[in-house]
Write a protein that binds this ligand. Structure first.
Ligand code: SAM
Length: 234
């Protein structure tokens, strides 16, 4: 999978070089290219923002550097593949596990990290004509920029790629995993020692009875979902 990230803070994306995603990059499963938006400006000050039309507080990202950056990146693929252009924004569709699965099935993702009050809206409209554009939100809160959202989305998608997780069965039991446990949160998990600071690991988990353990886990998942996210049970 190829991933391009356009940002005014390329260093912000460095954590993707660590852990699971970093290993996937080293193994060649993911090809990550990070681009500095300011490299696509033409003025002496490398300006990427300007005041909003119609007035109001804050600045808006200018369309020209985005156009130059996206044209160059889109044109860099010799077989003219159609990537998905992901634009993080609090006003986008919610990023969920099923969106992470959609992304994991893609060959090429381009992430456009906004800053200030966001990117001039004509940029998204322009690229809708030539590629799939996905405006997505990582939650009902406002970040200072799209970079943290990109770290979240790339990690969620990358761990679903074949060979990225040491044990691929892990994703089956995850909260929000599709299948029997879909829309249930994962229940409590334990490891050794069997007793820690006076608390015992639930007896059933030491029983070796896989049927009873599975039933117990499901019951715990339902309890936790009812307590933390009753909306999911509805
Ligand atoms: N004025 C914008 C609004 O209210 O929709 C918020 C702009 S925010 C300060 C700057 C950038 O942070 C956005 O363009 C987007 O890239 C990113 N961002 C902020 N919150 C986000 C969220 N919940 N999900 C995804 N991206 C977010």
């Amino acid at each position: 999978m190829r991933i391009d990230v356009i940002t005014i803070f390329p260093d912000y994306i460095a954590p993707l070089g660590l852990s699971l995603v970093g290993k996937a990059i080293d193994a060649g499963t993911i090809e990550l290219r990070v681009h500095d938006l300011r490299a696509f400006t033409r003025d002496r000050h490398h300006t990427v923002d300007d005041t909003p039309y119609g007035g109001g507080p804050g600045m808006v990202m200018k369309p020209e550097p985005w156009g130059e950056a996206l044209d160059q990146i889109l044109g860099s693929d010799p077989i003219q593949a159609r990537p998905r252009l992901v634009v993080p924004t609090p006003s986008g569709r919610p990023f969920t596990q099923s969106v992470a699965q959609e992304y994991a099935a893609d060959d090429w993702l381009i992430f456009a990290c906004g800053r200030y009050e966001g990117i001039d809206s004509r940029v998204v409209e322009h690229y809708r004509n030539s590629t799939t554009v996905d405006e997505v939100s990582v939650g009902d809160y406002v970040l200072a920029g799209g970079e943290a959202a990109v770290l979240v989305m790339v990690e969620a998608a990358a761990r679903l790629l074949p060979g990225v997780l040491g044990n691929p069965v892990s994703v089956v039991d995850d909260s929000f995993a599709p299948g029997a446990m879909e829309s249930l949160l994962e229940g409590p998990v334990y490891t050794k020692p069997p007793e820690w600071r006076g608390q015992q690991v639930p007896e059933i988990l030491l029983s070796g009875d896989h049927g009873k353990i599975a039933a117990w886990r499901r019951e715990q998942a339902v309890r936790r979902t009812a307590a933390m996210r009753p909306d999911l049970l509805e």
